[in-house]
Design a protein around this ligand. Structure first.
Ligand SMILES: Cc1cc2nc3c(=O)[nH]c(=O)nc-3n(C[C@H](O)[C@H](O)[C@H](O)COP(=O)(O)OP(=O)(O)OC[C@H]3O[C@@H](n4cnc5c(N)ncnc54)[C@H](O)[C@@H]3O)c2cc1C
Length: 585
């Protein structure tokens, strides 16, 4: 193992993995189970070791934006959101975005995966085939406060011996009982769901998060898949602060399927370019923004656009960097009549430090919790007028259109005073036209990519579905149980249940942002299909020696946050790679 040293690197490895993020470290771990494979991981960011903001679950909102652990991207103006340019964080640290994300663990629905199977013509991507990989990656742990979890999740759909820890909230809050009462009082779309990670997520239940309960810490791909005993494997080298610029091939320029076998990179953001050779395969796991960027830098992408930048076209694939799909999110907040919210921990540094001491000593208390105590999934009825003029973007009849989650504080910028309740909605089913892109504007491989998030771009269903989500939030907040708790809206512009469609739409356009669930920029498609970037085995089309293993291969964003799917797809990818090189796991 090497962290930050170059001298002991070999010139060739069996596998070179580009990006030590969520998916990359899963593959690194699984391939080095085979002692005769040697693997190098090149990670652009620093190590995550000892970074408190990364380790402490409650501090997850402090890991981005504008930190050393973030690529600090910004999107181009988003026309459907009043032209706003959005901050667009991505993990730039060992563990990648799993080291900086908000910890929520949701898998999406059965139909999401069955749709992946259908569009790739490969039943290996179906829910039935992927559930074992969700379980393989997961280590469901007891919550930090050791409370009795009977009836709060379904053990039958979870794994207990994987590398990615998951748990239920580890500290109770004053809103827990009220939330459960609200669901009971309201009916309609509000009903109890034992476990939304079962494949049929509709309903409301306890939040599951990638938190290791006993130690009260974030579980990232680094803390899990790269834990000490794995890092000690002699066949695994990990180089941090190593930014990859391009993949290179040695075939003749006119070769039909060029064989890529080396990776070009630089250390510490400066100095000369170095190369390292992969004798078996290069695995691109640089995430939905940087994987397409590296491909485009390397001449893999739409030929005409690349030639305009004086980049020699190596493989002409129009879809590289296209079809970006992401989830919009909106947050509503209310001033509440309570002293028990978490707002003070976000704004009072003394209190924060005290709580860190408690966390350090006991691995319990407020700081073992993430951003959500409860999560629910809602489907708009099939006979809704929304679907009379535009196709229903849902993947199937048991899939949700939106998610709602509840936070015991103001999710966003904390005002200097006041105690708050937040309810957020994520619109999970962007319409067909809501697609963005990652492009490059220079042949300097280290220049910043141009990101269009494509948020809310579909004129048919995006706004009406988001409006439904807003009305659901407002219905939830109107339950009788909140009557003596909620004082009033945190902002005077926040719509209420009497607001018109136009008023709600204006609020959405002014306030919806990205949930950062970016996929699709290296989509998988059927073998031989003209569209798409990789085949169902995740091999780069019209080339040899390159596989893509990260969230960018998902052709549609699942109806859930994206890390669970990324872990599961990387687990399956590792098995595909082992099988291709005639090894069983
Ligand atoms: C702020 C935020 C909050 C989120 N919250 C949640 C959540 O609560 N729940 C959830 O499920 N999902 C969440 N997500 C999304 C989820 O974390 C990601 O979809 C998932 O982690 C992506 O995994 P990946 O392997 O595709 O990429 P990443 O984990 O981003 O890995 C890519 C890695 O490659 C490295 N890299 C990139 N370019 C280069 C290069 N040129 N050379 C070398 N290395 C390179 C990066 O530094 C990074 O380590 C969130 C995302 C963000 C940004």
């Amino acid at each position: 193992v090497i962290l930050g040293e170059v001298d002991s690197l070999r010139e060739t490895y069996d596998f070179v993995i580009v990006g030590g993020g969520t998916a990359g470290l899963v593959v690194a771990n699984r391939l080095t189970e085979i002692s005769k494979f040697n693997v190098l991981v090149l990670e652009a960011g620093p190590t995550d070791a000892g970074v408190l903001e990364i380790e402490v679950p409650f501090l997850c909102t402090h890991t981005t934006p504008q930190t050393p652990w973030d690529w600090n991207y910004t999107t181009i103006p988003q026309a459907a959101l009043n032209g706003a340019s959005l901050t667009y964080p991505r993990g730039h640290v060992l563990g990648g975005t799993s080291s900086v994300n908000c910890l929520v663990y949701t898998r999406g629905s059965q139909a999401d995966f069955d749709r992946y199977a259908q569009v790739t013509g490969d039943s290996g991507w179906s829910w039935k085939s992927m559930l074992p990989y969700f379980k393989k990656s997961e280590k469901f742990t007891r919550p930090s406060d050791n409370h009795n979890t009977t009836g709060q999740f379904d053990p039958a759909v979870h794994g207990f011996s994987g590398f990615n820890s998951v748990s239920l909230p580890g500290a109770s809050t004053a809103i827990d009982n009220r939330f459960n009462e609200a669901v009971g009082q309201l009916g309609g779309e509000f009903f109890e769901q034992l476990d939304y990670n079962s494949g049929t997520p509709l309903g409301f239940g306890w939040s599951q998060a990638v938190i290791d309960g006993p130690s009260g810490t974030r579980s990232s791909s680094s803390s899990g898949y790269l834990q000490k005993k794995i890092l000690e494997r002699p066949n695994l080298h990990v180089l941090v602060n190593a930014q990859v610029s391009r993949i290179l091939h040695n075939s003749k320029a006119e070769a039909a399927n060029p064989l890529f076998s080396s990776v070009e990179y630089r250390i510490n953001g400066k100095g000369s370019l170095r190369t390292v050779t992969a004798t078996k395969e290069i695995i691109l796991s640089a995430g939905s923004i940087n994987t397409p960027q590296i491909l485009l830098n390397s001449g893999v992408g739409g030929k005409t656009a690349l030639e305009k930048l004086d980049i020699v076209s190596q493989v002409d694939i129009e879809d590289v960097g296209q079809n970006l799909s992401d989830h919009p999110i909106i947050t509503f907040a209310w001033l509440v009549n309570a002293s028990t919210t978490y707002d003070d921990f976000n704004r009072n540094i003394t209190l924060q430090n005290e709580e860190i001491q408690i966390w350090n000593k006991t691995r319990q208390g407020v700081f073992v919790n993430g951003i959500a105590q409860h999560i629910g999934f809602v489907r708009v009825p099939d006979n809704s007028s929304i679907f009379q003029s535009a196709p229903n973007p849902s993947s199937g009849p048991n899939s949700p259109h939106f998610e709602i989650f509840v936070s015991n504080f103001l999710l966003g910028n904390t005002p200097p005073t006041g105690q708050f309740l937040s309810i957020s909605a994520i619109m999970l089913t962007p319409g067909v036209a809501a697609r963005g892109s990652v492009t490059i504007t220079s042949n300097d491989p280290f220049s910043t990519p141009v990101i269009d998030a494509g948020l809310m771009r579909d004129n048919g269903t995006d706004l009406p579905l988001m409006r439904e989500a807003v009305r659901s939030i407002l219905r939830l907040a109107s339950a009788p149980t909140w009557a003596n708790y909620i004082i009033g809206p945190a902002s005077s512009t926040q719509p209420n249940l009497n607001s018109s469609d136009n008023e709600i739409d204006a609020f959405i356009k002014g306030n919806a942002r990205s949930a950062y669930h970016v996929v699709g920029t290296s989509s998988m498609s059927k073998k031989g299909a003209k569209t798409g970037v990789v085949d169902p085995n995740l091999l780069l089309k019209h080339a040899a020696g390159v596989r893509i293993v990260d969230a960018s291969v998902l052709p549609f964003v699942p109806a859930g946050h994206t890390q669970a799917s990324t872990y599961a797809l990387a687990e399956r990818a590792a098995d595909l790679i082992k099988a291709d090189f005639a090894m069983s796991s």
